[in-house]
Each structure stands twice: as C-alpha cells, then as structure tokens.
Design a binder for this molecule. Structure first.
Ligand code: ADP
Ligand code: MG
Length: 578
C-alpha cells in the first residue's frame, strides 16, 4: 500500500484541557496531594543539586507552608525547593504532560532514599479542579535567575511576568472556585494532609489568615513526616513499631507480630505489615493495608497488590514500582505487581518461621490467630503452603512439655534452619502443640500414617478420652477453618488416613486391653463383645461399630462402658446429606 501521508497527531489544548481538569482524577481533593508532592519533589531536587556540588549557597530549611487566606479565598502552597526559571516555567508548566522528573533523575542519579514522585507531568493541572485562578511565583536556585510569575484562569491563555520574589522556591496560589470553598477550612486541609501527605519527608505547616490585613499565626506542622517503614529495621525498637501501629489504627488491640519489608532490587518495596488479633467481627475481606508510592498515600485498598490471603494484615506498603495513576485492572495483570505480591507473601512466611524457630512459646500463644491465617493462606496459595507447612501446629493430647522439637526448616533460599529450639517447650499453659510430621513420627509404631483428630472438644470429649486411655494421641482440629483444612490435608497427604475420634477405632489398636478382659464362659464372649452384640441388636445397624473398653484406674469412673462409633465413611455421608 502507498502511504498517503505521515505526520504528527495534533492536540487542541482548548479541547483536551477540560478533560484533564475534570476527569483526570475522580476526586477534587487530590489536587492538594499533587501540589504538595510537587513541593516535596522541588525540595528533594534541591537536595540532589546540593549534593552534586553544583550549588554552593546556603540551602533554605526544607519546608512546605500551606496558607489559608479566608478573606481573599486563596490557598497557597509554598516550598523552599529548587524553584523555576522563566524557561522552565515555559517548558514544564506551559507544556501539559511534560514532566521534568525523568530528565532530572538521569542527570542527578537519584538514590533510593531520594526519589521524585512526579512522573506524568499532569499533576499541576489538577489545581484547576478547585481553583478559578492559579498563580505561580517562583525563584530558581540558579545563579542570577530572575524570579517570575505565571498566572492562568483555567483557559488556555497564561501570563508570564517578572516577579520581585526574593527567596528561592515556589508558591502556588489558588483562588478557589465558589463551590470549592471547603478548602479554606483548616480542619479540611489538616484532614487532607493527614490522609495523603502525612509521611512525606519534609515538614508541612499550616497557617491561617482569618481577617483582612491580619497577619497569619505562626505556621504549625501538621504532618508526621517520619515514615517508619523507610527506616532500617535495626533502628526501630519494639515500642517504635507498636507506636506506629497505634498511630495507624488507634484504639485497637496490640498486634501479634510484624514484618518489616525492605528491598531495593529487583523492585523497590518498603513496608511494615502487622498481624492483628483476628476478631470474628472484623471483616477481613476488606483490606486495611495502606498503600503508598514514595510516601504519598495512594489507597487504603491493596487488593490488587497483595494476595487475597494476606488481607487480614495491616500496615503500610510503599512501592515506587506500583504505578500510581493507572487502572486497577492493569495492576492485576502487571508482572511487577505480581512479583511484589509474591515477595510480600514470602516475607510473611519467613517471619512466621523465624518466630517458630526463635520463640516457640510466643508462636504458640499467637497460634489461635496466626493459625487461621496460615491455614487460610495454605488453602489459597500453593507457594505459601509449601513455605509454612512445617510450622502448622495442632494442639495435642500428648504431653510434650519436655520434648524438644526436632524439625529442620528449609527456607526458600535453600538454607536450613537447624533445630535451634534451645530447649524451648512446646507446651504453653499446660497445652501441648505439635506439627503433623512430629505426630506421625511419634506414633508411627502404634499407627503408621494415621491421624486421630477431634473437631469439637466438648461434644467429643468422651471419644477423646476413649482414645487417650488407649494411649492414642489425638489432635484438636477445632477452629472454624479446620473443617476445610482437614479435607485439604487429606487431599494433600493422600497416604495419611485421618480419623475423627467419633469414627471407627482400628481393632488392632485396642487388642491390648481386650486381652485383659475376662471371657464369660456361658456366652464365650468378653464383656465388650456382649455389649456390642446387645447394641447391634438394639440399633439394627450392622454398619455401626461398637466398642467398649474395660478401663482401669482413675479413668474408669468417668468413662462410659460403651460407645457408638460411626465409620468415617458413613459419618461423612451423613454430614453431607444433613
Ligand atoms: P510531574 O510532577 O508529574 O512532573 P506536574 O504537572 O505535577 O508533573 O508538574 C510538572 C513540572 O512542573 C514538574 O515536573 C516540575 O518540573 C515543575 N514543577 C511543578 N511544581 C513545581 C514546584 N513547586 N517547584 C519546582 N518545579 C515545579
Ligand atoms: Mg507532580
């Protein structure tokens, strides 16, 4: 085919402008986040320039001042950053969707802790969502630079003029639209700063001019400024972590434990994730982890970024590699985002193993909450299951108070954590816990690859006692997730037979006691057999297995002489039809 014409697509600013202003962001309040992040970027850039040795003057104290002028109906955002020359204003402001960020980062080699938030060159124009008139007053750090003023009423026309500004930095002054006067309310600004800008790395201060010709009061810092997740874990104490948790989730119970994420390669992820106590009334399907991009709050909802099973966790995740302004469906299919999700899951698994290895008692104490989480994760994520399967524990009827655990834990890096239990007890408050592996190992001579479990401690108490009196160890699988988990285990470990305590009891397991029973010479049956015959007649259910035990010693009085046990198969069929 012949090419008829080749050329550049032209954009008519007057047409695209309303689209940018109206629909770029669904929420008007975002403008403050954008303008404050520009101010943060400007200060960050100034620091980079200073570090490069290109600037030898005195650097102004980094700060961002928000000024509400009620009589004039203006809101100003002022920074002590890099400023702009007239040429830069023409280049970066007059050209919509032209960002200086990339160029700048290339020239000054931003390090991991000095990152530029800007990216698309669109943020500045969000100011027109709330302002009918926007002015920029700026003085560049560059030697001999002339301060300039830029002004625009939201049309495609602007005015650029000389300014008499004497201090380096930039002030963006918004004259608010009549419908947007809420941004003159100090509490509204505080609320927005707290939501979006709380952890930005420089002080953000607020001052208010209430009446005409009145001076503003001294500006007051309204952001927290310090983002603990950016700190090195070795600099943070237990109290620091707890304090941060209370800050994010006030009036909540203390978290059980936390994981500090911190990686630079192959993607940048920082964060602190907490395991809360899982209350039945907490809706864990709604994520509570706060997502940040370079300390700028993005959303309360990380569903796309972290695996579903980690949803009960809380805390903050900060990643430069999670694109800020893109659609949710894009996030889900993004490869980096998926790798970040895997990374987070792995870190969480490692943290649990570490606790299991180093502080067994604490692990056991937290197990009620952690267990639900770990089992849920195992049900939902194959990789996570592999990682944690050796540290899933069950309460057991065995007394393990002096048995040291003998388990080697393989990390994904391939190194093996030796048995470093240091005599750590598997018993807390008189209750012992064991892994499935340890259970099988302990009981392999008596009943190989067979697990006896109880899923309702109260209603199955006599059955449990029946087993323990025979010296059979029973595991408790009685949390709400265990009914799913037990069938999952059977699928996973098909060579193991799981028998609930009120199901059949293997004949061979009770032979020992049986032999001690006296045989009635008239019927030629033991007492057990007699009772069994009796029950079978009465119940007319040949499939039922009935077993009685002649018990000796102190248990005898509290144990019923006979019990009806349903074969596992039959029991399950009944449960399914019920
Ligand atoms: P982005 O932040 O994605 O680059 P913006 O539309 O927010 O896009 O800003 C466009 C450009 O304007 C920035 O890249 C920067 O060069 C310049 N700019 C905006 N605000 C300031 C400021 N407060 N100080 C210095 N330069 C600024
Ligand atoms: Mg920006």
């Amino acid at each position: 085919t012949t090419i008829l014409e080749q050329g550049n697509i032209s954009i008519h600013t007057e047409n695209i402008f309303p689209i940018i202003k109206k629909w770029l962001y669904s929420d008007h309040e975002i403008f403050l986040r954008e303008l404050v992040s520009n101010a943060v970027d400007a200060i960050q850039k100034m620091k980079m320039v200073a570090r490069s040795g290109e600037f030898s003057g005195d650097m102004a104290e980094p700060e961002i001042i928000l000024t509400i002028d009620k009589p004039k109906q203006t809101l100003s955002i002022s920074d002590t950053g890099i400023g702009m020359t007239a040429d830069e204003v023409k280049q970066y402001i007059n050209q919509v969707a032209f960002s200086s960020a990339e160029e700048f980062v290339q020239k000054y080699q931003a390090s991991a802790d000095q990152q530029i938030i800007g990216h698309f060159g669109l943020g500045f124009y969000s100011s027109f969502m709330v302002a009918k008139y926007v002015e920029i007053d700026t003085l560049s750090y560059k030697e001999g630079a002339q301060a300039v003023k830029w002004a625009c009423d939201g049309s495609t026309e602007f005015k650029l003029s000389e300014s008499d500004r004497a201090t380096q930095g930039t002030t963006i002054k918004l004259t608010l639209q009549d419908e947007e006067l809420e941004y003159l309310e100090p509490h509204r600004i505080r609320q927005l700063v707290k939501t979006y800008c709380d952890f930005m790395p420089f002080p953000i201060k607020l001052q208010v001019i209430e009446k005409e010709d009145e001076d503003a009061q001294a500006p007051e810092q309204i952001n927290r400024q310090i983002a603990p997740w950016k700190e090195s874990p070795s600099n943070l104490s237990r109290e620091d972590y707890l304090e941060f948790y209370r800050y994010l989730y006030p009036f909540q119970e203390e978290p059980l434990l936390w994981v500090h994420l911190n990686t630079d390669y192959p993607f940048v992820v920082n964060g602190i994730l907490y395991f809360p106590k899982l209350k039945p009334d907490v809706d864990v399907s709604k994520g509570q982890i706060k997502l940040f991009c370079n300390q700028v709050f993005v959303s309360d909802n990380c569903e796309e970024v972290i695996p579903q099973f980690l949803m009960p966790l809380r805390g903050a995740i900060d990643s430069l590699d999670i694109p800020l302004n893109v659609s949710r469906s894009f996030l889900q299919s993004d490869r980096t985002v998926r790798r970040i999700a895997d990374y987070i899951a792995k870190k969480v698994g490692d943290r649990l193993k570490e606790l299991y290895r180093d502080n067994r008692e604490e692990y056991i104490r937290c197990w009620q909450d952690l267990g639900t989480f770990v089992k849920f994760g195992s049900l939902n994520d194959e990789k996570f299951k592999k990682q944690v399967e050796d540290i899933i524990i069950y309460r057991t009827t065995a007394n393990l108070s002096d048995a040291a655990p003998k388990v080697e834990i393989q990390t994904q890096e391939g190194d093996v954590w030796q048995d470093s239990s240091n005599g750590q007890s598997n018993t807390v408050d008189g209750k012992s816990y064991t892994t499935l592996q340890e259970y099988l190992e302990r009981n392999k001579e008596r009943h190989e690859n067979r697990v006896f479990y109880c899923n309702d401690e109260v209603s199955q108490a006599t059955y449990v006692q029946l087993h323990t009196s025979q010296g059979i160890e029973v595991l408790f699988m009685d949390s709400f997730i265990d009914s799913h988990f037990a069938s999952f285990l059977e699928r996973e470990y098909s060579h193991i037979k799981f028998s609930r305590v009120d199901s059949e009891l293997d004949e061979t397991l009770i032979d020992k006691n049986k032999s001690e029973e006296i045989v009635d010479p008239t019927t030629n049956q033991t007492r057990s057999e007699q009772i069994k015959t009796l029950f079978q007649k009465a119940l007319d259910k040949p499939k039922l297995i009935i077993r009685t035990e002649a018990l000796k010693g102190e248990d005898a009085a509290s144990t019923p002489p006979a019990m009806v046990l349903l074969p596992e198969q039959l029991r399950r069929m009944q449960e399914m039809t019920a």
